[in-house]
Each structure stands twice: as structure tokens, then as C-alpha cells.
Design a protein. Structure first.
Length: 195
């Protein structure tokens, strides 16, 4: 079976290796636009687009069984999606809104695959994890933003980085917050006989 991750995220690459030891990385290139504004539907829609793009780019009838995994993660506070910050000011505003509050992290996962008869199939799911952030001072926010860590991360933070000292609790899958809910992915792949 040929496994492909439709994402260039270093965090997802590391996590997928816990589920599938050998796979290729072919990042999706198309613009990430979703029709839905609801975070759970948005991540499902975007993960579907990523997996579909790569599956249809590389699938041929003479290929081994093909499994393409696409994922998308967003941070949502009060049902408002916080994407990657546009700049450092945007990152500061995001962190300020998360400070002292609970927010949700959604990751949508889509798997496009060929079944035993060589026919195209897919399934999509999402995971939600609740994250509690301690109250932060303006100085703490400024120092964290200046570190550059928020620059390319949904919601302006990385749970596995320096921001960890401000997280008081996580309810749900930790790896979902990092970018790939590996326990759910493992069980879904197993249920579809893709492992």
C-alpha cells in the first residue's frame, strides 16, 4: 500500500510516522478557501480538498493501493476561527483573546483511498479538543509574540513549544492540538482495512 501525506507540516509528518512508518509527503498546493464558517465543517472541507487534490494528481489505474491523508487544523474562540496570524500585531490580538479563556481546536482529516477492487473511496472526520489558557500579562504576550513562534501557527501558538507554560489543561486529544488526531486516525484506517 502506498501512503501519502498531503501536507508539508513538520508536525504532521512527525505524528503520521506514529501511525504509518513509511509514507511520502506531497503537499497540497491549491488555495485554502472554505465555504463554511463553522470551524468543524471548515476543517472537514479543507482536509477534503487537500486529500482530493493530491489523490487525483497521482492516482493511476496501475498504482498499488493508494491512501492519501489530508488534514487541516483551526483554533476557534467563541466559534470564531483564528487562522495563522497575518503579522505580529495580529498574533498579539489572538494571544490576548485566548489569555484566561478556554478555546477549541478542530482538526479535520480526510482519507482518499483505493479499495480492494481499485475503486476510489474516501471518508472524513474531525476531532475537537478544548484548551484552557492561563491569564497572561501584556509583557508575557509581547515576549511570546517576539519569539516568532506564533508566526505560522493556527491561533498564533504551538502547544508543543514555549506556549506550553500558559496551558493549564487540555480536554481531548493532545495530538489533535498539534495537528493530527493520531488515535482516531489509526482506528479509522484500521476500520477501513487500510493498515
Amino acid at each position: 500500500m502506498r501512503y501519502v501525506l498531503a501536507s508539508g507540516s513538520p508536525r504532521r509528518k512527525e505524528l503520521l510516522a506514529k501511525v504509518v512508518p513509511e509514507y511520502e509527503v506531497i503537499p497540497a498546493q491549491e488555495e485554502e478557501n472554505a465555504e463554511s464558517a463553522e470551524p468543524d465543517k471548515m476543517v472537514e472541507e479543507l482536509s477534503f480538498k487537500k486529500a482530493s487534490e493530491i489523490f487525483h494528481k497521482i492516482f493511476t489505474n496501475d498504482t498499488d493501493r493508494l491512501v492519501v491523508i489530508g488534514a487541516d487544523t483551526v483554533v476557534s474562540y467563541n466559534r470564531r476561527v483564528l487562522g495563522k496570524p497575518a503579522d505580529r500585531d495580529d498574533a498579539s490580538q489572538m494571544i490576548r483573546s485566548l489569555s484566561g479563556n478556554t478555546h477549541a481546536v478542530y482538526t479535520g482529516v480526510t482519507v482518499f483511498y483505493t479499495d480492494k477492487e481499485g475503486k476510489e473511496n474516501s471518508f472524513t472526520f474531525h476531532e475537537e479538543t478544548l484548551v484552557d489558557v492561563t491569564s497572561m500579562t501584556e509583557d508575557e504576550i509581547a515576549k511570546y509574540v517576539a519569539s516568532g513562534e506564533p508566526d505560522d501557527k493556527a491561533g498564533g501558538y504551538g502547544v508543543q513549544g514555549q506556549f506550553a507554560i500558559f496551558i493549564s489543561s487540555i480536554r481531548g486529544d493532545y495530538y489533535n492540538v498539534v495537528g493530527l488526531p493520531i488515535a482516531r486516525l489509526y482506528h479509522e484506517l484500521k476500520a477501513h482495512e487500510l493498515l
